[in-house]
Design a protein around this ligand. Sequence first.
Ligand SMILES: Cc1cc2nc3c(=O)[nH]c(=O)nc-3n(C[C@H](O)[C@H](O)[C@H](O)COP(=O)(O)O)c2cc1C
Length: 354
Amino acid sequence: MKTYLSVWQQENLISQEDVRLKIIQAGSLAPSSHNTQPWEFKLLSNKNTFEIYISRSRYTPEVDPDYRQTWISLGAWFGYASISALQFGYTLSAVWHEDWASSPNRMDSPIGLLKIQSTTQIDHPLYPYLFHPDTNRSPHKKHSIPHPLIDLIQSFNKTDVRVQTITDRHLIDNLSSLAYQAAILETTQLPIMKETTLLFRKNEREKNLYGYGFSIDSNPVTPISLWFTQTLLTVFPRLSSTESASRVFLSNMRKSLSHTEAILCMSVPVMTMKKCIEIGQVYAQIVCLGHSYGVACHPISQAIEVYDAMLETKLNIEHLLNIQGELMMLVRVGFPTKSTRPSIRQPIEKLIRK
Ligand SMILES: Cc1cc2nc3c(=O)[nH]c(=O)nc-3n(C[C@H](O)[C@H](O)[C@H](O)COP(=O)(O)O)c2cc1C
């Protein structure tokens, strides 16, 4: 079994004695921005509590200057972790430290205190879906999203966290076109591309060594072409240079965006750390609900990132969607044409601070 995939095995999770470790591990299957898995934990002596931190080495400042994507990812971890906690017979609650971002030593300070409390064990209907690969970037089949799923997604829509599923063809085409322009713009931003390239793991050795970041498996490929491409990338590392990575990224984006059945938009009236975490938590549940219908999610965040060069595109999209506040997630939703693989994850030992 490959180390970087071992966390996806349910048996490995069950073998942990401390329920906090089981919850941390199940949560770490959650989607995260650039697969940075930005979470770290400290187990406290009280066995019902643990602290959550943001990893200094996995934070991506160029693409995420105000931490919003990191916070959303943390929220996704919390969403998955909460589902697993109920499955194990616990509730999971959190006290988030709202002043974390203004602390000069923030990377050494916990961002939240987590608490578990025993409750009646239930078979959570979404628990099996934690173990499905989260993100599928392939073109969509020409099948509409089932209405019961749209209704379930809409049930998350509240005054302070807005959730909207767009199925209007004209609006989808306009959004897709803006998202593609954003992808092109992103490839011209050298600091962003450098940061992204540093997260690319080109072979099995690098995937095991790091356990986070991107690899060729993120795109639907057959095992033989995966082996062939990885071998090429190891022998000719220049193939994974910024320029060739950009070409592959743009070509895949164009294919996917031109076959998009629905787009999920999530926004907040005012962006705060807690709201970002809430968005992530809701997104985690939508990913699992989607799986239960065979429907896949694919965030297209390049268009709503907040570094200077992208701000105009983000404003254009917010205007097109008549967003009152800030758009936090833009996600392709549909029946995928190709299956995908679980992506690399770190073993639990790497997530625990001493
Ligand atoms: C806040 C956030 C933003 C993301 N943005 C993108 C994106 O712009 N493009 C993309 O292809 N995937 C995006 N993703 C998906 C991640 O790349 C994906 O979760 C990660 O690579 C791990 O893979 P998995 O979700 O298949 O487990 C995003 C995920 C999160 C939580």
